[in-house]
Ligand binder design. Structure first.
Ligand SMILES: [Zn+2]
Length: 289
């Protein structure tokens, strides 16, 4: 998960139409979030979200494909809140006033968003808003009453997930905060398919670095120190290119770079670690403008 930039003022056309507003008023009158039908998942909304999210899931960063199509996800669930997240005896009909609300819509894959994952989960640490307070300002999830709920699920449009999550060398995600820990559990971010894809990226760079070491110590034709650094620069260049938000699992590349000592270096045989680390430091220095 990485931070994304969303312009909350650039509302897609189909969320601003009269029909969308009518639906919202009807859902509020009936207190029923199931009354939203077409507008929030219209292609204009999907296209806008796909551009913002670079065709990746907001939570796990898997690229959305035909086999795993995109879904417009309601950050605050529109028609129900899972009992697990409510106080005993508390009844919640869902955030039925946010079905067509641009600030409440994200792009997610079925594995993060479906049953057994986020579904209707919405744990909070603050004061739960149970009903619509009859004030249009409350349509935005940036309203102070919404923020006072203190959601415990990371929303990459509002916070930087790097402040809440980190990766280990096996591709497991860990929390740096309650919000991070709970998001890993609710979005199911350590599911095996996802973990192995993250580990594959880590291993790919481990092998690339190791291959350069083999060349450096090749008894027949060893690389000179300059040749070695040039080769290593090519590997590091690929690693740094992975930070682009359009790259699938860019969070992994960002973590490898910022936690090089704990993710990639321990995979290298101990006696060669100083050589690799020195080469990495040389590369970083050439990147500073
Ligand atoms: Zn996902």
């Amino acid at each position: 998960m990485i931070k994304v930039h969303k312009d909350f003022e650039a509302i897609p056309r189909h969320l601003n139409q009269k029909s969308a507003k009518k639906q919202t008023l009807a859902a509020i009158a009936a207190q029923d979030g199931n009354m939203y039908v077409r507008n929030y998942k219209h292609s204009s909304v999907k296209t806008a979200l796909s551009e913002i999210y670079h065709h990746k899931c907001a939570y796990c960063e898997s690229t959305i494909t035909h086999s795993a199509p995109l879904q417009v996800e309601h950050y605050r669930p529109k028609a129900d809140v899972d009992k697990k997240d409510l106080q005993i005896g508390e009844i919640h009909k869902g955030y039925y006033w946010l079905g067509n609300e641009w600030s409440n819509l994200l792009l997610a894959c079925q594995n993060c968003n479906g049953k057994g994952a986020k579904g209707n989960r919405f744990p909070i640490a603050g004061v739960r808003l149970l009903n619509h307070p009859n004030d249009v300002a409350h349509y935005s999830i940036l309203h102070e009453a919404m923020l006072a709920e203190m959601p415990l699920l990371l929303n990459p449009e509002l916070v930087d997930p790097l402040d809440h999550l980190y990766l280990d060398q096996d591709g497991f995600m860990h929390g740096k905060s309650d919000c991070g820990d709970i998001s890993i559990e609710v979005y199911n971010l350590n599911r095996e398919g996802l973990r192995t894809r993250r580990q594959t990226i880590i291993n790919q760079f481990f092998r690339a670095l190791n291959n350069q070491l083999i060349e450096l110590f090749n008894p027949l034709e060893p690389l000179t120190p300059d040749q070695f650094q040039r080769q290593m620069n090519l590997v590091f260049k690929k690693l740094f290119a992975g930070r682009k938000p359009s790259v699938e699992y860019s969070f992994v590349y960002i973590n490898i770079i910022s936690n090089f000592d704990s993710i990639l270096l321990p995979l290298i045989e101990q006696e060669f670690q100083p050589i690799i680390n020195r080469s990495f430091q040389i590369y970083i220095q050439t990147q500073i403008p």
